[in-house]
Design a protein around this ligand. Structure first.
Ligand SMILES: Nc1ncnc2c1ncn2[C@@H]1O[C@H](COP(=O)(O)OP(=O)(O)OP(=O)(O)O)[C@@H](O)[C@H]1O
Ligand SMILES: [Mg+2]
Length: 262
């Protein structure tokens, strides 16, 4: 396994609240990594540290053996594309305008908007299924339409790494699977995908590498088939369940037991 993106002994905290202490993670290159774990366990905090939005109190994040803090902003943004959990669009912006903002790391003071930028925006909108919404104000969209617009923004950025915080949230089941297939296709082209997913069965199906977190720690990581069982689900989610083979893919499928919430 090669890892060009790594977290080394990270301590992440907000003020006095320590979220993660001495967390180490090698992100397998050219693979689809899914991060799963209960609410508030530190998944978003970790992604924010990877993309330098949160400064570690200790430890470091490196890309190609270089601390991410050493990269100029645009250079880092040409490598790491990030979809936050709750992105906020500028007021009155339209879909195509917002997607075009994904091209910012590819522009310089001297460069003008190019045909390559235009093509990247069009391709990203098609891939995310928002081409018909191009002229709509973003704030008037449905939750799922807005989520797909944000996915298009990240796709337009055209980065080798895609870090996505709950990319399937707000999407109907068909759009969820379309997105996961899209991400799998990008992985097949050599991109590295890191996504926080709440649907463990989707994570088992699509991720090459699963990272299970609890209370800021990585409890287990590896191929879903190697790590997902009822014991792990009990430990991480306190969920009584059985784990059976997914009838379509054979990957682990979690089936909660009755009375799971009591
Ligand atoms: N800006 C912040 N200031 C202070 N505490 C924060 C901040 N953001 C998150 N936290 C706290 O840090 C902890 C981890 O939050 P984080 O958002 O990383 O969780 P998460 O695993 O992404 O959860 P979820 O599944 O609900 O999105 C939580 O206890 C949360 O309340
Ligand atoms: Mg989160």
């Amino acid at each position: 396994m090669t890892a060009r993106l790594t977290a080394r002994e990270l301590t992440l905290r907000y003020g006095d609240r320590v979220v993660s202490a001495r967390l180490t993670l090698d992100v397998p290159d050219g693979a689809f990594t899914a991060i799963v774990g209960p609410n508030a366990c530190g998944k978003s905090t970790l992604l924010r540290a990877f993309v330098r939005l949160l400064k570690p109190a200790d430890g470091q994040v490196t890309l190609d053996d270089r601390d991410v803090t050493a990269y100029p902003t645009k250079a880092l943004a040409r490598s790491l594309g990030f979809l936050p959990q709750d992105p906020v669009a500028p007021e009155d912006i339209r879909v195509r305008q917002l997607v075009a903002r994904g091209r910012f790391p590819h522009q310089s003071l001297l460069s003008t908007w190019s045909a390559a930028d235009e093509d990247a925006v069009t391709a990203a909108m098609e891939a995310a299924g928002v081409e018909d919404l191009a002229d709509r104000p973003v704030h008037q969209l449905s939750g799922g339409q807005r989520q797909r617009t944000w996915i298009a923004v990240v796709l337009a950025q055209d980065t080798p790494y895609l870090l996505l915080d709950e990319p399937t949230s707000f999407l109907d089941i068909t759009h969820q699977y379309q997105l996961l297939e899209l991400l799998g296709g990008l992985r097949d082209q050599g991109r590295t995908v890191i996504a926080v997913l709440h649907d463990i069965n989707q994570a088992c199906r699509y991720a090459d590498h699963l990272v299970a977190m609890k209370e800021g720690r990585i409890v287990a990581e590896g191929a879903a088939a190697d790590i997902v069982d009822a014991v792990l689900l009990k430990e991480v989610f306190e969920l009584p369940c059985v784990v059976v083979p997914d009838p379509v893919t054979g990957t682990p499928m979690v089936v909660p037991l009755p009375g799971a919430s009591s």
